[in-house]
Design a protein around this ligand. Structure first.
Ligand code: DGL
Length: 275
């Protein structure tokens, strides 16, 4: 096992869909996962509030001695990556850049869809990254906020008729725009991938997978691309609300039962020299 410790944080349980890819690709690393379960969801909050919460999480992980921070939340990556970078003191990897680059590579027609929380879509971070990497000339980006899908995924309604109906409604504008690639720009959406693919048979981009590849490149580690071995995971879990609820939903995101979950306090004041 490597002595490298990576801090991974999200607004709650969703970041586990990112951690899953990291454990699969980099099982030799030690992880510290932080979910701000007391204040989730972030997706309908203002950019200023999201930035404040994100700075506190980054500060907690920094004080925990991690060597890198992965922002396993699309909403934070969209609205406050710069804030995390200024607080972290270590390299930071977010969700947007790796997923945007992958989508540009994978799309044949260069008609790309993005779905996420309201804050992610309103920030236009994905749109900007796509145009930066793909040029404005022959690229079409269509975005749509899909807030209801977060609750459906946490409820475990992955292939429920209600979920089909809601996904169908949300994806209409993207299908009409004839996208051939869709970025699942929210931690919860990869859980609904089968339903989404059924309604929109296009190439799906899971940001967590591509972010894990980016982590591997930044750290210069050798990645595996095999199936995940849960017992190979070395993870310390922290949450800001009572741990029991988290453990129950975590199984859905990770595919295995997690061990001890500790309560974290994010009250420590981030120095005022930092944002
Ligand atoms: N983790 C968030 C994201 O990826 C979704 C949940 C929330 O709104 O906090 O955007």
């Amino acid at each position: 096992m490597s002595s490298i410790r990576i801090g991974v944080f999200d607004s709650g349980v969703g970041g586990l869909s990112v951690l899953r890819h990291m454990i699969a690709q980099l099982p030799m690393v030690q992880y510290v996962y932080l979910g701000d379960t007391a204040r989730v969801p972030y997706g309908n909050k203002s950019a200023a509030t999201i930035a404040h919460y994100a700075a506190q999480s980054a500060w907690f992980l920094r004080n925990n001695g991690v060597d890198m921070i992965v922002v396993a939340c699309n909403t934070v990556s969209s609205a406050a990556l710069d804030v995390v970078e200024s607080v972290a003191g270590v390299p930071v990897v977010g969700m947007i850049e790796p997923a945007a680059r992958a989508a540009i590579e994978l799309s044949v027609t260069k008609r790309i869809g993005v779905i996420g929380t309201r804050a992610t879509i309103e920030s236009q971070a994905y749109e900007l990254a796509l145009y930066t990497h793909g040029g404005t000339g022959n690229l079409t980006v269509v975005q749509h906020a899909c807030p209801l899908l977060v609750a459906l995924a946490e409820e475990g309604w992955l292939a429920h008729p209600a979920t089909y109906a809601i996904v169908e409604e949300y994806l209409q504008p993207l299908l009409q725009a004839q996208i051939d690639t869709l970025i699942l720009g929210c931690t919860h959406f990869p859980l609904l991938a089968d339903t989404i693919e059924h309604i929109a048979p296009v190439t799906l981009v899971d940001p967590g997978y591509w972010a894990a590849r980016q982590v591997q490149r930044v750290l210069g580690l050798q990645a595996r691309d095999g199936a995940m071995q849960p017992h190979a995971a070395h993870v310390e879990y922290y949450v800001t609300d009572i741990p029991s609820n988290f453990a129950a939903v975590a199984r859905q995101f990770l595919g295995f039962d997690i061990g001890k979950v500790q309560r974290a306090s994010l009250d420590a004041v981030v120095p005022s020299s930092l944002p």
